[in-house]
Write a protein that binds this ligand. Structure first.
Ligand code: ARG
Length: 456
């Protein structure tokens, strides 16, 4: 059975049928399709299209269909073109001709958009809580890090000493923005298209506000042409997922780097490392590499949907059937990465001595300039003098703190014996005590703020 066919004398070619069918993808929206139908039956009953008996029979039939999906007893037929056809076909088997009245005034165009939005509204909280699980793992590591110091980098060159906790939390805030984007997107998903018909609206008095309220939508769409074609929410969702994947990828890349023998800042637990079939010594960070790799695939999904949308004439075009697979794939990817990342991060062993060993006194050259500034030297001059100290140490092949005071004073008489204090990295860190800085106090406040945000 198809939901069409009256005007055809030939049935659809088998290969064309297979191409056209969307059931393998859209059966993920089975529950949403049933809920949308329950709401629709209620609405058209109220509009006088269904009698009380017909409405009761359709509602009971849909309850059975829902139960069959829930118990796994629902049997799809080869003739089910999509999830909408499957539900209606089963309903007619269960209740007979009355099932044929359910589709009055409705089109699969407004139906599919409604199902898809319902599916997304249901998924967003799950993504949200999975992102929070990862954030919590970062906060835990930040707390454990305490006073552990590490080199901070710009251009991947040693820059200034920072607290490891500050580094962990830098990834927390990126995820925080992803969560905010997800929340903000919700209001654009929560617009009901149902009642738009194929494109022009419903031909009877339909209480769309009641329909929206019943299904949990915040608003109803205001233009039926736009409503059946709008997939902005899907593109936006893919962007939100892709941005999160980019954040995960950046974090993963750093873990890959920091677990190398060259860095040696972190060690992965065996539970989250893989071996090599050839080289017995290998311990590979596959989980993190896959995270990095999947971000690329995810960006492709976003780009793909944007390309599908860009040339479409209004209103519904079958191209739109391509909207669900990327959204489902992106969701599955994120939901498979996030918990593994969280668990893998929690079990990382930190090597504080390696991190400390990677800090050399040239990283305190800025502090040296600040020292001169505190003694009244303008920053530009101080910067140049500190640079000359770096050069002198290099030329003499000694560390900056090993240069004798005379060498300092040859550069500027402003240098005094207290200059050697600037080479303590923890001092340097704790001087950066503004909100958002790397000092121990700032990071403690940051941890408290993160915990507060996540307990809301
Ligand atoms: N399977 C279709 C989709 O996912 C449902 C809408 C079909 N509408 C139509 N007029 N053939 O977009």
């Amino acid at each position: 059975m198809t939901l069409w066919g009256g005007r055809f004398t030939q049935s659809l070619d088998t290969l064309a049928w297979a191409l056209n069918s969307s059931l393998p993808v859209d059966q993920q929206m089975a529950f949403q399709d049933v809920e949308g139908s329950v709401a629709w039956a209620k609405a058209i009953h109220k509009a006088g299209i269904l009698s009380d008996e017909e409405h009761a029979s359709i509602s009971a039939g849909l309850d059975t269909v829902r139960n069959e999906f829930a118990s796994g007893e629902f049997i799809f037929q080869p003739s089910d073109e999509d999830i909408h056809t499957a539900v209606e076909r089963r309903l007619s088997e269960l209740i007979g001709v009355a099932a044929g009245k359910l589709h009055t005034g409705r089109s699969r165009n407004d139906q599919v958009a409604t199902d898809f939005r319902l599916w997304m509204l249901n998924k967003i909280p799950e993504l949200h809580s999975t992102l929070i699980v990862l954030q919590n793992a970062l906060v835990e590591q930040a707390e454990l890090a305490g006073e552990t110091i590490m080199p901070g980098y710009t251009h991947l060159q040693r820059a200034q000493p920072i607290l490891l906790g500050h580094w962990w939390l830098s990834h927390y805030w990126a995820l925080k923005r992803d969560i905010e984007r997800l929340q903000d997107l919700t209001k654009r998903v929560s617009v009901l298209p149902l009642g738009s018909g194929a494109l022009a609206g419903a031909p009877f008095a339909l209480d769309r506000d009641a329909l929206a309220k019943y299904l949990g939508f915040d608003e109803v769409s205001q233009n039926s042409l736009d409503a059946v074609s709008d997939r902005d929410f899907a593109a936006e969702y893919l962007f939100v997922c892709s941005m999160a994947a980019v954040h995960l990828s950046k974090l993963a890349e750093q873990i890959v780097l920091y677990t190398t023998a060259e860095f040696g800042f972190f060690e992965l637990s065996d539970a989250f490392s893989t071996g090599s079939s050839l080289m017995p010594q290998k311990k590979n960070p596959d989980v993190f590499e896959l995270t990095r790799g999947k971000a690329g695939t995810m960006i492709g999904l976003l780009t793909g949907l944007m390309s599908t949308l860009k040339g479409l004439p209004s209103t519904y075009d079958k191209d739109l059937q391509e909207d669900k697979a990327p959204v489902f794939a992106a969701t599955n990817t994120l939901l498979s990465i996030l918990p593994v990342m969280a668990a893998a991060l929690r079990t990382i062993t930190v090597k504080p001595e390696r991190m400390r060993g990677a800090i050399d006194s040239t990283m305190m050259a800025t502090d040296l300039a600040d020292y001169l500034v505190a003694k009244g030297v303008p920053f530009r001059e101080a910067h140049s003098m500190a640079g000359r100290v770096v050069r002198a140490a290099g030329e003499n092949q000694v560390r900056m703190e090993e240069l004798p005071l005379e060498a300092y004073q040859a550069i500027s008489p402003v240098f005094e014996a207290d200059v050697y204090q600037v080479f303590d990295p923890l001092e340097s860190i704790n001087k950066r005590n503004t909100v958002g800085g790397t000092s121990l106090q700032s990071v403690k406040m940051q941890i408290a703020e993160c915990k507060m945000q996540n307990s809301k």
